[in-house]
Ligand binder design. Sequence first.
Ligand SMILES: Nc1ncnc2c1ncn2[C@@H]1O[C@H](COP(=O)(O)OP(=O)(O)OP(=O)(O)O)[C@@H](O)[C@H]1O
Length: 579
Amino acid sequence: MAPRAKPRSKYLNLAPYVREQWRTIFYALLCTLVFTAFWPILAWLSGQMLSLLVQGKVLELAQLAAITIAGFVIHKLGQYGQDSLMSKAALEVALKLRVETYRHLQQLSLAYFEKAQTGDLTYRLTEDVDRIGEVVKKLFQDFIPSILQLVVVITYMVYLNWQLTLTMLIIVPAFAVLVGWFGDRMLQYSRTSQNLVSDLSSQLTEVFGGIRLIRAFAAEDYAVERFRAESQRHYEAKYRAAWLLAVQYPVIGLLYAGIILVLFLVGSWQISTGNLTGADFASYVTAGLLLIDPITHTTENYNLFKEAEASVDRVFELTAIAPGVEEAPDARPLPAVTGKVEYRHVSFQYKPDEPVLQDINLLAKPGEKIALVGSSGAGKTTLVNLLPRFYDPQAGQILIDGEDIATVTLKSLRRQIGIVPQETVLFSGTIAENIAFGQKEFDLAAVEAAAKAANAHDFITQFSQGYYAWVGERGVNLSGGQRQRIAIARAVLLDPRILILDEATSALDSESENLVQEALERLMGDRTAFIIAHRLATVRNADRILVLEKGHIVESGTHEELLARGDRYAYLHSQQFQA
Ligand SMILES: Nc1ncnc2c1ncn2[C@@H]1O[C@H](COP(=O)(O)OP(=O)(O)OP(=O)(O)O)[C@@H](O)[C@H]1O
């Protein structure tokens, strides 16, 4: 039989992030050492003090108390250092992980985002990363110090008296297992009763919603009986939990008393044989008490680690996704282009065996305006989306100024292509920030000039805060036409040689329509433009019209030429553009 591979812990993925924090962690561990080393010292001091107390040596006791307080201060300073530094390291890990994962997501292809659920992605980047941060914090701030404390205190106890320690090491874990068993059972019962409560409430919602039906069928008794049965189940689950709790306290209390009894019996036996002094026994008991906290923390943290493993898994699942559209390793920046665009035998499909574009050939001269028309689903959007490499074609090449776009850097390529989409997305921020979207710093004068060219300046200055008016939730509301002009201003500011315009299908009022149209004409100027056309004016004025059908270019020519042909375009024109 082949040896079973040991499952690799998901937590190992976090190692590089933790390693980066080694300096902080190192200092934090030094503080932990100081903090922990003082546990046995404090236990020993309390034993000595107890012994002096019994002997009535007040002065010595006072001196020792002063030393103890000093020791305690150092011990607490160690704890402060440990907690603050470990928290810092853990939060840095979470921060780095969050930003890195986000950066990775930004590189994934659009195809990924079409499949992914936004809610799920958001959850992974917020809740899951937070939970991981919490776990890392617990690991360093709680788990490692607790383990260290256990080791140090137990070593001290062995040093004081090994016979007593051996006895304790046998009975205490058994006790811990029993407490754990009670805990698990309680959790199980409370989950069951929670589920039953939600069943009960869904039954109520259903019944109150359907009360007419119950009346109509005279089914009141039936409804009461169903409700009674459900309530009975709820009662039983609750009672089981209450009963367990009632049993737990006496059982654990009795066992606890038993442990103390054993401790005293074995302790007095050891004192009687001369293996242990009274003061040492007091130190021993103090040390024993010091074990309770770390044991509780260790078990709690262990459960937390188990639970959080799913979060680690979910976050690293994202970072493992390949970007889809990738830059060639030797990609060069695309130099400033004139705007000549060429598609050579380009074929594309989103899903295997469902071709969307087939053997597309097209050449756009610098400054040419090309309108794309065709019925819905013909592949117009897909065709233009290949140009900024939102997707890569399965076959063929796309060239800009003779450079294959697959060989240049994505940034330099996309910077030279302006896009005015059908639906303008605005992010929360000022209008100026929205126009200068993607630029860390911008010149307000340039933004204003762009807005003027986009026929947006007038409506912007009507807001009381002008370019600083806030867009987004609780911000100014922009109409469809205004949003489009913001999008046009964005493109003007970017000043690309190539444009992709996806005309809005939703009707604008005629004034807005004229302003938008005028702004678009100005934007297009002498740039190369691909326009997914829905407006008659655009189609008429285009240098060339391409008619797409089922992924093929079926016709190409000017408006007049194509009308004269009386074929596909003429048909579409009569259907769509006759108003
Ligand atoms: N992200 C996607 N994943 C899978 N299939 C897609 C995707 N986007 C588009 N398609 C399919 O590809 C084909 C072409 O779509 P595309 O959006 O390019 O057409 P279009 O001509 O722009 O249509 P419309 O005018 O309705 O926008 C359609 O059959 C569409 O269902």
